[in-house]
Design a binder for this molecule. Structure first.
Ligand code: NDP
Ligand code: 8X3
Length: 252
């Protein structure tokens, strides 16, 4: 039987990289994409020969998405699972001080990149037939407001609603759609959010046990391997150390 194929955006780090490693080590073929080519090459060289196809692809560049899909080798088609994972938060300043260019980058990547990938991938997912799935990485920030989450949280609220709307439009096909929403996880996420501030990054994870990329990879594995008639529509995962806050009251 033909190996199953997962297409991963943002496979150079964090959740995407851990998922690529788990799937390639367990018999799936992996299309690993991201902007940092050296990391993609390293990933391919670490994994079983022939299991990984890499493509340098920026989610904000329409042509790069189209070229990547057009150039997929036959053994990496059709696609059984699309993991829409590539994304970022930039800045944690309140709205009056936030940077417009950061908002633009988050909207272009987390929203436009994800919807464009989803649309372009539908024909290849349909070819895979029963058991195909799109897994969108949302966030607890979609429904938990906190100071500084502003546009980042809103992009993830978009991912949540878009996942439901996509599932509605795909009804009658075999394609399942899941919104997988993690809470605090240790990856390069906070380093990117703080513009490379290692100290802030370390401090954020001090004294807590966050989700690890491997934990999310395990969940993606579980989702992608549910029986074909089951669609897990929403899965939220938090570390034990994290809770949702009650609405704050500011007095005076
Ligand atoms: P990382 O920063 O470790 O990984 C982010 C990945 O996204 C990288 O592989 C990066 O690749 C890729 N990426 C970013 N911008 C682009 C772009 N323009 N084009 C292509 N790829 C891009 O963070 P995580 O693994 O934590 O994040 C993965 C997803 O999970 C994101 O959507 C994030 O919002 C979400 N998330 C993270 C949480 C956390 O606490 N860590 C919690 C909830 C959700 P490259 O730079 O090479 O292009
Ligand atoms: C990332 C999780 O809580 O840092 O999406 O916003 S959080």
């Amino acid at each position: 039987m033909k190996d199953k194929v997962i297409f991963i955006t943002g496979a150079t780090s964090g959740f995407g990289e851990a998922t690529a490693r788990l799937f390639a080590n367990n018999g799936w073929k992996v299309v690993a994409t991201g902007r940092r080519l050296e990391r993609l090459k390293k990933l391919r060289s670490d994994l079983p020969k022939g299991q990984v196809y890499i493509a340098q692809m920026d989610l904000t560049k329409h042509n790069e998405i189209l070229n990547t899909i057009a150039n997929l080798p036959n053994e990496f088609k059709p696609i059984d699972c699309l993991l829409n994972n590539g994304g970022l938060a930039l800045g944690a300043e309140p709205i009056p001080n936030a940077k417009l260019e950061d908002w633009q980058a988050m909207i272009n990547t987390n929203i436009f990149g994800l919807i464009h990938m989803s649309q372009e991938m539908i024909p290849l997912l349909k070819q895979a037939g029963k058991g195909a799935s799109i897994i969108n990485i949302g966030s607890i920030a979609a429904r938990n407001a906190y100071p500084g989450a502003n546009v980042y949280g809103a992009t993830k609220a978009f991912v949540s609603q878009f996942s439901d709307n996509l599932r509605a439009d795909l009804a009658g096909t075999d394609i399942r759609v899941t919104n997988l929403a993690p809470g605090m996880a240790k990856s390069e996420f906070t380093k990117i959010r703080t513009y490379g501030d290692d100290e802030a990054n370390e401090k954020f994870y001090e004294g807590v046990e966050p989700i690890l990329p491997q934990d999310i990879a395990d969940s993606v594995w579980w989702l992608a391997n549910r029986p074909a008639h089951i669609n897990v529509t929403f899965l939220e995962i938090m570390p034990v150390c994290q809770i949702s806050g009650r609405p704050e009251i500011r007095r005076g």
